[in-house]
Design a protein around this ligand. Structure first.
Ligand code: FAD
Length: 470
């Protein structure tokens, strides 16, 4: 592909931020080139993140259900086993199909796609070392940096992606480890821990903070942790990993209380380092053109996604904000709308978060802790899935809906759902918050029966009045 003619928009990075920005720009009639070094589109999310993890979460859940639940539903068979290569190849097929799908969307929308590593020559010019060994210069009136993020390693640990792995290695293990230690109890650690736990690993999660997933509503988090513990996941909170001895066949971790104190040891076959992600800008030459970053290396932008250098924008994981694919996509669309002279908007208070374990945990808006800290007068409405007919019918009734609403106006402030399909259920609440709905608005909306969604309606009822079914 030749990128030598001047583009209206050049996007660096083909992840959910970059590829969506490129498609939207082309749809708005802007001449657009997207540059991606990986060889495939879709970024972290599609290649080594959201998609492969959800594929393995689903496959491992099916195995777990077959082992533990099918008989109860009257589905019997003599034996069930894991064929790990087949499970991995189903995951790889899903990823390959979707990345090719984006290439198709690029063609359809006439986005020029350059495969290679890109660095700035000037604020309107980049040089690309192409994957086929060549070099090309691409010019753009506007350049959007969407280079995403990378795994954060920990001091004293060397990730080899075999025994000490990042999420990337954890998505491609060739054997089920007997003992898996997960460092970091965030979404990624808990999801990958769930995958391998279901397939037979004893999973121990070591977390420096006093709680798992610190951004979660405290009450929901407690129930969530109990649920994971029932699934035999062990937690060592307020604990830090000092070192990992790799000399023997089994890894030996030295641990220490976060506040300091006596050291202990723990053995593992595989250690997953999931202690966060860092913005990725290496080799891009930001210094050369003077783009400002913060201490964490994130590119600083204004509300129009413009950096301090005219014509240079940034979106997604490489700027401050939640490191989530859908947030990156929203950034991408809004950024390009601004470039095209239109108005764009992302409401960062209403970005839903989902942990895709079983049950899933999904939330939008404020947690009870945040509402309290703001000093707001509020009401809480809760409804357990144990009282939801659909959840009982399918015997998958662990979980709760929690609605927080302002006392005086009944305006919804936050919704937190723990349920098998919470990640789908949450969007009714996202829309409600977006439109400034009250809990009564949800409660007076007719919900189909029997559905899990009725639990949200009942929790909304419980916020300002009484629920029917409990
Ligand atoms: P990225 O997806 O990181 O894409 C950036 C792209 O830029 C990369 O492909 C990179 O190769 C390319 N690039 C970088 N530098 C250059 C350069 N100099 N030249 C050319 N190309 C370059 N988020 C969710 O919302 N839901 C989930 O379920 C979820 N699950 C996740 C599971 C895992 C295991 C991981 C690791 C992440 C998960 N995430 C999830 C987070 C999500 O993947 C990121 O938030 C998202 O990918 C960010 O998109 P982005 O476009 O900003 O960056």
């Amino acid at each position: 592909a030749s990128g030598s003619d001047e583009n209206d928009v050049v996007v660096i990075g083909g992840g959910p931020g970059g590829y969506v920005a490129a498609i939207k720009a082309a749809q708005l009639g802007l001449k657009t080139t997207c540059i991606e070094k990986r060889g495939t589109l879709g970024g972290t999310c599609l290649n080594v993140g959201c998609i492969p993890s959800k594929a393995l979460l689903h496959s491992s859940h099916m195995f777990h259900e077959a082992q533990h639940s099918f008989a109860q539903h009257g589905v019997k068979f003599s034996s069930v086993e894991v064929d790990l290569p087949a499970m991995m190849s189903q995951k790889d097929k899903a990823v390959a199909g979707l990345t090719r799908g984006i290439e198709g969307l690029f063609k359809k929308n006439k986005v020029n796609y350059v495969k290679g590593y890109c660095k700035f020559l000037s604020p309107s010019e980049v040089s690309v070392d192409t994957i086929d060994g060549g070099n090309t210069v691409v010019k753009g009136k506007n350049i959007i940096i969407a280079t995403g993020s990378d795994v954060k390693s920990l001091p004293g640990l060397t990730i080899d992606e075999k025994r000490i792995v990042s999420s990337t290695g954890a998505l491609a293990l060739t054997e089920v480890p007997k003992n898996l230690v997960v460092i970091g109890a965030g979404y990624i650690g808990l999801e990958m821990g769930s995958v391998w736990g279901r397939l037979g690993s004893q999973v121990t999660v070591v977390e420096f903070a006093s709680d798992i997933v610190p951004t979660m509503d405290g009450e929901v988090r407690k129930q969530f942790q109990r649920s994971l513990e029932k699934q035999k996941m062990k937690f060592m909170l307020k604990t830090k990993v000092v070192s990992v001895d790799t000399a023997g066949d089994v890894l030996k971790l030295t641990l220490e209380p976060a506040a300091g104190g006596e050291q202990t040891t723990l053995e593992a076959d595989v250690v997953l380092v999931s202690a966060g992600r860092v913005p990725f800008t290496s080799g891009l030459g930001l210094d050369k053109i003077g783009v400002e970053t913060d201490k964490a290396g994130r590119i600083l932008v204004n509300e129009r996604f413009a950096s301090n250098v005219t014509g240079v924008y940034a979106i997604g994981d490489v700027i401050p904000g939640p490191m989530l694919a859908h947030k990156a996509e929203e950034d991408g669309v809004a950024c390009v709308e601004f470039i095209a002279g239109k108005e764009g908007h992302v409401d960062y208070d209403l970005v839903p978060g989902v942990c895709y374990t079983h049950p899933e945990v999904a939330s939008v808006g404020k947690t009870e802790e945040q509402v309290k800290a703001l000093g707001l007068d509020y009401r809480v409405g809760k409804f357990p899935f144990l009282a939801n007919s659909r959840a009982k019918a399918i015997d998958d009734a662990e979980g709760i809906v929690k609605v927080l609403a302002e006392k005086e106006t009944d305006k919804i402030l936050g919704v937190h759902i723990m349920a098998p399909n919470a990640g789908e259920l949450i969007h009714e609440a996202v829309l409600a918050l977006h439109y400034g709905a009250s809990s009564e608005d949800i409660a007076r909306t007719c919900h189909a029966h029997p559905t899990m969604s009725e639990a949200l309606k009942e929790a909304a009822m419980a916020t300002y009045d009484k629920p029917i079914h409990i």
